[in-house]
Design a protein around this ligand. Sequence first.
Ligand code: HEM
Length: 492
Amino acid sequence: MTVHQTQTPFTLTTGTGAPVADNQNTETAGPGGPLLLQDQHLFEKLAHFNRERIPERVVHARGAGAYGTFRVTADVTRWTRAKFLSELGKETEVFLRCSTVAGQLGSADAVRDPRGFAVKFYTEDGNYDLVGNNTPVFFIKDPSKFPDFIHTQKRDPYTGSQEVDSVFDFRGLSPESTHQVTWLFGDRGIPASFRHMNGYGSHTYQWQNEAGEIFWVKYHFKTDQGIRNLTAEDAAVLAGKDPDSHQRDLRESIERGEFPSWTVQVQIMPAADAETYRFNPFDLTKVWPHADYPPIEIGRLELNRNPGNIFAEVEQSTFSPAHFVPGIGPSPDRMLQGRLFAYGDAHRYRVGVNADQLPVNRPHAAEARSYQRDGALYDGRHGRAKNYEPNSFGGPVQTGRPLWGGTEVAGLTGNHPAPLHAEDDDFVQAGDLYRLMSEDEKERLISNLATAIAGVSADRDDIVARTIANFAKADADYGKRLEAAVTERRGK
Ligand code: HEM
């Protein structure tokens, strides 16, 4: 039941519904004496208060969410049998949560950091989560490096602050990060708001059509509000003045009836191309240049309803890259494969084993009929229905049809480095991105990056040298200008 506020006040009650006589003065032994243990209203209040936080997300803790609608604008049935994409004009309810990555729940929005872009599609075949970022690539390409990478983004075990030494030590020693770092210190590194940025699925995913053919797919959500960014200087001021700037902007624009929207596009690669494509199509540090696979418009996503309660619907929302629906599946991208484990595990720890039953997380256009029951805060929704399978009491049964298509594998198991294709190295696409920039953009990139690198401790020139060497490998001019700018700032 929703508890409404009205003009006529209801009686205040305890959690179990008994009327509360006094919510101002605690019961004491005489007017000047100590408190009485029998004041259960006080103890219920204090005890509940102590438990009003759940662990914040270990990454992407800070974010805002809203509901909306996804509408199909093109026929994509030759590539996927996903029902929510099956008809022109078809609409599906969505919940989108945008976030920063490194900061805690209370941190400022206007910072240089990738932004999360997590979409939950409430389809008739269950919920499909696409848990992406506002960047088409990522810093690393193997999931075993993720905890190390994030440790450098979070607080140092000794100083308790984010340490520039660690940030650039890790990046310098992880040359595959050169592309994403170039992206991050460029103009799009600090979006003006969640509305003024693109979203990307980032990984390659699989689509499968009715005939069983498979395709490799990358998703792009292009903002219809136009890209708008903040300069480093403006962001520093805004972060201090209005730490909630992005969250406020999203909520207020929806309250005003200005519904933000994104045009949804996909790049489609026929399965047979993957083996010989010039870049490893399952390497998250690489894009597929649009000239190779042009983006095709398939739909429009609009946000039009704010959540009524931030804790229930945003803090407790859970998105998992493993939540697929028939016609969509994973690719062998090893980062994605690692994520297929990580999110469900995080949800069970952070929200609990029945997180999927909460209103924001449960299917809205389908019914969950699983035999996984009980556990903390189970609401008894299955009643007396049998909790094992197979059963002869009319319980739910399997379909026998896999959600996505199988892929061929070959070779021995082992800790193999990711296969390199003809044009793969850690630097080529970072160099391409740099060379695409206008002179002004290059200047801002060099200035942003040099200012950050210059913060490395004076006695750790080796970290600086290793970092700059990576950018020099991407583009000689990039490296030369960066070195000059860092040297000037470090006064060496
Ligand atoms: C192996 C690599 C990665 C691991 C192990 C990992 C792990 C996690 C974990 C544990 C969370 C918190 C989940 C929760 O408590 O609900 C999270 C959140 C998130 N991650 Fe990742 N992550 C990885 C890479 C990525 C990449 C490559 C992207 C984007 C392309 C991404 C986007 C997000 C987003 C958007 C959220 C927030 C979702 C929300 O709004 O609730 N992550 N990640």
